[in-house]
Design a protein around this ligand. Sequence first.
Ligand SMILES: C[S@@+](CC[C@H](N)C(=O)[O-])C[C@H]1O[C@@H](n2cnc3c(N)ncnc32)[C@H](O)[C@@H]1O
Ligand SMILES: [Mg+2]
Length: 244
Amino acid sequence: MTSIDPDEIAKFEAMAAEWWDPKGKFKPLHMMNPVRLDYVTDQIAAEFSCDRRALRPFEGLRILDIGCGGGLIAEPMARLGASVTGADAAEGNIAVARLHAQQQGLEIDYRAAAAETLLAEGEAFDVVLALEIVEHVADPAAFIRSCRDLLRPGGLAVVSTLNRTARSFGAAIVGAEWIMRWLPRGTHEWNRFITPDELAAMAEGAGLQVVDRRGMVFNPLSWRWSLSSRDLSVNYALSARRPA
Ligand SMILES: C[S@@+](CC[C@H](N)C(=O)[O-])C[C@H]1O[C@@H](n2cnc3c(N)ncnc32)[C@H](O)[C@@H]1O
Ligand SMILES: [Mg+2]
């Protein structure tokens, strides 16, 4: 089994140099990053009863960021004290991520690998982050099962992706690719987007307990992102626990 879809990896290889350019092709991820980080941090802190006021609240936690890209989330996780492994199937991304972490003086274990490769190596983590990757893998349900297997019992998975709605077509394809041209045309394929119910069913099918679902909403008037428990129509995240 491989979760790798070669055409998808090629798209990301071609954009690798732009990961840390906030005005480049990953502008949407940079814009969304603070709100995403808030969500991920809250979920992890709640699940593992971390002391949010501590200097390094995630000290002692082993976090895997699967499909880490340039490390936009792996880096803040390391700053919060976690021991972070970042894996991506695109080697160019890993080269960029390694160099950037080094420049920041951060120690992150970066690997050019898919989830299955880490599994074969017998790795297990307290937290698996799979942000904006399920819509790019070959078989999302099988990928979620690999994420489960990479969690130790009692571990937490946080998955974020795009819902498959008329609004997500308008925002992610027409808005971000055709009008704003933030992303090259064809970066996203709408029919690969996954609804929250479908993602929850995949998680439950893998034996995970869904603990939270949250929308990440962009307001074009204030140009701001916020979290919402009601509006999951475009971007959203789901957290699920592997039972102990
Ligand atoms: C949209 S990017 C998201 C990057 C990062 N998670 C973030 O949100 O900032 C998706 C990433 O997943 C990677 N990817 C796609 N399929 C993968 C697979 N099967 N195994 C590992 N990485 C994969 C791509 O190379 C790309 O870097
Ligand atoms: Mg995406």
